[in-house]
Every structure is written in structure tokens, then in C-alpha cells.
Design a protein. Structure first.
Lengths: 303, 97
């Protein structure tokens, strides 16, 4: 069987595309390694219209059940390769191979690593990339968030609900959180920001004991910690798209036009994997809708 | 095969791992480490890990939702020292214990 559309990725972009694809009555499927996507790692989302505050998991449960109620088939699988097959595309996955007339890449991002000694050795032993996953292990402990983004500020706020002390370690002179979150951080007595500093090493024995900074804080380059949460940004998961000769920008993000189209006919992209400048759930969902509509036009005009 | 997962309710990778196990029809015991400090400590002692999920399969310990490692763990045919009821030791058999 040949699908009209294969959506790769099960985050807000992919599942929003699925909702529209289902209503367009396309024959399609969603292939997702991690259904829900990286938004699941967000503790609270407070800027999704219609919902004042809910967790990333709650939001994605709602979006997923909406998509599934329209008959969306989600396969939890890796896509290992995508190839051109005549006029169509062939997707090679753990769950079998699929042929589709069009593709939407909604593959999102993966977290960036700090790249310092100790990071890999202490991963899961005090080093974490997911505060919502692991915050509970750091009750009454001292932790640090490395990074100065809005996401890093939110991780620090969540960790402050458990830990007795939370440092934010940032290489620049001012964190760049959404002002509402920057205010919350400033007001939180458990959180201390150390700016203009880089972590050069993560130290420990069995578990993390601290980090080494590139300049002294309170007279010492050694900072005692029980946990290090790394949140220094994300890289686009675009290698699969690149293998189809889809054009990427200098950051490795997929270049899309206003209709979510790429340079390859029949290949569309949506969400954080694209070169859009504002990485937000609302933006990803909107792009997913546009991509589905473009795929619908592509498929129906082709026949 | 005894499978235990140490998880927290908010941890997405725990959910994915549990979904993976359910899809494979593998029975498991779920231990919520967020509600009990003793259980969290038990997990740290058993695995040396401070991150969820930790999945213990018999005596093997897998950290995180590592699909490849899980695929491998569940694809391993039963050991020849413990032959299955049907005696087909070379084939993965979900019912074997």
C-alpha cells in the first residue's frame, strides 16, 4: 500500500499535521521515535492559547488523543533511512518499510551537550538533561542548571521546588528568559545566578560532587553540587532530511518557504527542525497545519 | 524474566519506556520513586543512577529509554541452561520464564 503522506515526528508539529491530514482524508501515518516529542520535558506551558497552565505531558496527551480520535496511526519507531523510490519515497523503519507520496519532516531537535570532561561519565549519576524526569532525586540537595535560555530558567524554577539551592551557570552577562520567568527567578530566594562563567569540568566519585568553573565564584573555582542539569540549547534533527538532499541553513535547520515546502517536491517540514526563529509549541503546531495542507495539495494535484 | 521499572510520574521517558513494554506485551512492576525517598534510594543503590527511568531486567540494568538496549535485551534467546518448556532454545519465546 502506498500512503499519501508519511509524517516523521510525533511532537506538536507532527501531530497537528496529523489532525489536518486526517480531516483532509489523506492516507497517512505518523512515525515517531518519541511520541510527544521534546515538549514532554517542559514542566509547565503557559502560552498555549486556551490553556492557562498545563504540563508538557498533559498538553501532548490532549493533542495526541485528538489526533488518534480522528484515526491517526502512530508508530513508535526510529526511521533509519528515507529514499527516493520512483516518484514516491520509501521509509526504512524498525516497524517495517513504508512507501509514501509525500513526507513531512517534523523531527524536532535533540539537546546539545556541554562537551566537558565528566559529562558522559556522570550522566545519570547527577548529570541530567531533563529536570521534569529527575528533579525528584534532588530533594534538599544543591544543583545547578547550565544555560541561560527561557527553558533553563524554567528548569531552575522547577528544581527549586525540590532542591535547597539552585545555581544558574551562564556564560553571558544576563539570562535571556521570557521576562515573566526572569522575574520569577529573581524573586526565588533559592536560585542564584552566576553569570560570565563556563563549566570546564564535572567532578565526582560515584556521583557528581561539583563542577569546576573557569573563574572563581565566592573565592573558588570549585562549586559543590549534587546535580548538574544541562540546558544549553538544541540542534535540529535534520540528518534524515539532509540524506534526501533537502536544503539546510548554516545551523543545520531545514529551510522552508511560506507553505512549509522544502526544495524537494513532495517534502515538507514543520516545527523546531525548520529554520523558523521562534521555537514555540504554538508555532510548531501552526507550521504542522500548513505542511499538511501543502501535502494535501501536492498529493491531490499530482494524481 | 522479571522486569522492574523505576519511574517518576512526570518523566516522559518513563512513559515511553512503559509504552514500549506494553506494546511488546511484557509484564513489569512499576515503582514510583518520586513519592518515596526509600524507593529512590533503593534505585540509586541498585543501579548507581540518579535519573529515571531505570529498567531492571533480571540482573541487567538499563538507564533511560534506550530503545536499542531494550530491543537487544528482549531479543536475547533464553539461555541453554534453562530450556523452555517446548525445548526450542534458539528462538525468542515470550512465554518462557
Amino acid at each position: 500500500m502506498i500512503y499519501d503522506l508519511a509524517i516523521i515526528g510525533g511532537g506538536p508539529a507532527g501531530l497537528s499535521a496529523a489532525i489536518y491530514a486526517a480531516r483532509f482524508r489523506l492516507k497517512f501515518l505518523v512515525l515517531a521515535r518519541e511520541p510527544g516529542g521534546t515538549v514532554l520535558k517542559t514542566h509547565l506551558i503557559e502560552n498555549w492559547p486556551g490553556e492557562k497552565s498545563l504540563s508538557g505531558t498533559e498538553l501532548m496527551d490532549k493533542i495526541r488523543s485528538h489526533a488518534e480520535s480522528l484515526g491517526t496511526e502512530i508508530k513508535q519507531t526510529d526511521v533509519s533511512a528515507v529514499k527516493k523510490k520512483g516518484r514516491n519515497f520509501e521509509l526504512i523503519t524498525d516497524a517495517g518499510n513504508f512507501e509514501a507520496m509525500s513526507i513531512i519532516f517534523a523531527t524536532g531537535t535533540r539537546h546539545r551537550k556541554l562537551g566537558v570532561p565528566g559529562e558522559d561519565a556522570y550522566y545519570g549519576r547527577g548529570v541530567s538533561y531533563c529536570a521534569v524526569c529527575d528533579a525528584a532525586f534532588f530533594r534538599n540537595k544543591t544543583v545547578a542548571v547550565v544555560g541561560g535560555s527561557d527553558s533553563a530558567a524554567k528548569e531552575a524554577l522547577l528544581l527549586a521546588e525540590y532542591a535547597k539551592k539552585v545555581y544558574i551557570l551562564y556564560r553571558k552577562d544576563k539570562i535571556r528568559a521570557e521576562p515573566i520567568n526572569a522575574e520569577r527567578v529573581a524573586k526565588n530566594s533559592k536560585i542564584e545566578i552566576i553569570t560570565n562563567s563556563n563549566v570546564t569540568k564535572i567532578n565526582g566519585e560515584q556521583l557528581v560532587r561539583g563542577v569546576t568553573l573557569d573563574k572563581p565564584h565566592a573565592g573558588s573555582k570549585e562549586l559543590k553540587l549534587d546535580g548538574v542539569f544541562i540546558d544549553i540549547g538544541y540542534d535540529a534533527e535534520s540528518s534524515l532530511a539532509a540524506s534526501l538532499c533537502v536544503k539546510l541553513d548554516e545551523r543545520g535547520e531545514i529551510i522552508v518557504g511560506r507553505n512549509a515546502e522544502t526544495n524537494i517536491p513532495g517534502v515538507f517540514a514543520a516545527g523546531d527542525v525548520t529554520s523558523c526563529s521562534f521555537k514555540q509549541v504554538v508555532n510548531a503546531a501552526a507550521q504542522g497545519a500548513v505542511a499538511a495542507s501543502s501535502a494535501y495539495r501536492f498529493v491531490t494535484e499530482k494524481v | 524474566m522479571k522486569v522492574t521499572i523505576y519511574s517518576t510520574p512526570t518523566c516522559p521517558y518513563c512513559r515511553m519506556a512503559k509504552e514500549y513494554l506494553k506494546n511488546k506485551g511484557i509484564a513489569f512492576t512499576d515503582i514510583d520513586v518520586s513519592s518515596s525517598r526509600e524507593r529512590a534510594q533503593e534505585m540509586i543503590d541498585k543501579s548507581g543512577q540518579m535519573g529515571a527511568p531505570v529498567i531492571i531486567i533480571d540482573d541487567k540494568c538499563i538507564t533511560g529509554f534506550d530503545k536499542e538496549a531494550l530491543d537487544k535485551a528482549f531479543a536475547t534467546p533464553p539461555k541453554p541452561s534453562k530450556p523452555t518448556a517446548s525445548g526450542k532454545s534458539g528462538k525468542p519465546d515470550k512465554s518462557s520464564k
